[in-house]
Design a binder for this molecule. Structure first.
Ligand code: 3HC
Length: 333
């Protein structure tokens, strides 16, 4: 195959290749510095590609596993209206997973490879989906707090330097914002109901609050990927800053709802113009991330079963596609 290297003396090859790489590297960095987008066919450093596959695939897995805690409540929703909303929301999460797997595939990793990593427990997904949904109020609180935290983290990803991820995030964020509102509205209705309903909401808030704060990831001082991801324009805002923005935005919402947030240290700090808050249990977070949360085994087992049960659909689709391709080639011949 023709390459420029064939035309030059072997001793000169290394410096020329190195110069070409340096040009590509400079172009890549200039694109990032000028807020341009890196597209699938553009040159990119191997570590940039690897970081994106890591983050986007973890994100895709989170969307797909995230269908499970709420999916448990579809058959027990208290009214037809709530059931229809919940089905639509869970279906949206499946769609988000598909956009994200597609975005990750543009980086050269197949969906089968990503799913294999999930099913064998090698891939991470968000800690938050390893907790049980004990009552109907949990569904509302997931919408309000979990999706609220997800939006806070994901809006800056719409400006990610990698084009396919950024474009997927624009659509995902629009849908997530509906998810958050429906959760808040559902809780509002319960808070105007009986004392038992109000207690159910408060109990769900107490159980989910700290888990949502941990969702943003480890403190900046303990986040090995943040610095480089920020330099590359993948991550725009740090874990701690996003966590702080979420707390500041949520405190007034909790007041409107009439619930308290389970943190005695939570108070407005006039000097910082932010809320101070108590210590997050990072040991519990890491245990959950590393497979020892209350529902990790159940979540993975459900995903693996869904994958195995769907094998015949994938096989049938493949056979159909191959038949169509063969017919098209025959017609074209
Ligand atoms: N759960 C599980 N693992 C987590 C985590 C969490 N909440 N937070 C961080 N981690 C992991 C990281 O993946 C990383 O692991 P790795 O190096 O082995 O891949 C490690 O902990 C160290 O964390 P870092 O802060 O260094 O990692 P990142 O720079 O990647 O930041 C992140 C973590 C903020 C989650 C970032 O990856 C991100 O913004 N991801 C995209 C958004 C996302 O995946 N959200 C998940 C929730 S999606 C969702 O909620 C669906 C919605 O429908 C509700």
């Amino acid at each position: 195959m023709y390459t420029q290297a064939l035309d030059i003396h072997p001793q000169l090859a290394t410096p020329l290749v190195a110069t070409e790489d340096a040009h590509k590297q400079t172009h890549f960095e200039e694109t990032i510095n000028h807020e341009g987008k890196i597209e699938p066919r553009d040159w990119m450093p191997a570590h940039y590609r690897k970081t994106l596959v890591r983050q986007i695939s973890q994100h895709a897995h989170s969307e797909i596993v995230g269908m499970l805690p709420e999916g448990n409540w579809i058959s027990r929703a208290p009214s037809l209206k709530r059931k229809a909303i919940l089905i639509a929301k869970v279906q949206d999460e499946a769609g988000h997973g598909l956009y994200l797997y597609s975005a990750a595939e543009t980086l050269g990793t197949s969906r089968d490879q990503m799913l294999e990593a999930l099913h064998t427990g090698r891939a991470k997904y968000s800690s938050i989906f390893n907790y049980p949904t004990l009552t109907w109020a949990d569904v509302g609180v997931i919408g309000w707090l979990v999706d609220g935290a997800a939006i806070m983290n994901q809006i800056p990803l719409c400006r990610c330097s990698y084009g396919p991820y950024a474009r997927a995030m624009v659509r995902i964020c629009k849908e997530e914002s509906f998810h958050q509102r429906q959760g808040f509205e559902s809780l509002m209705v319960m808070m105007q109901g009986t004392p038992e309903q109000q207690a159910m909401v408060q109990d769900a808030v107490n159980r989910w609050w700290w888990k949502c704060l941990a969702m943003f990831g480890p403190p900046d001082s303990d986040s090995p990927n943040s610095e480089q991801s920020k330099r590359w324009g993948i991550k725009r805002i740090s874990n701690d800053d996003l966590r702080q923005s979420f707390i500041d935005a949520t405190v007034p919402q909790a007041k409107v709802l009439g619930v308290s947030l389970p943190d005695p240290d939570l108070k407005w700090n006039e000097e910082r113009q932010h809320h101070d808050y108590g210590a997050i249990d990072w040991d519990e977070f890491w245990a959950t991330v590393n497979g020892k949360g209350p529902c990790n085994k159940e979540r993975l087992a459900t995903r693996v079963k869904a994958w195995e049960d769907g094998a015949w659909v994938r096989e049938a689709a493949l056979v159909h596609a191959n038949k169509q391709k063969a017919r098209q080639s025959k017609e074209a011949a």
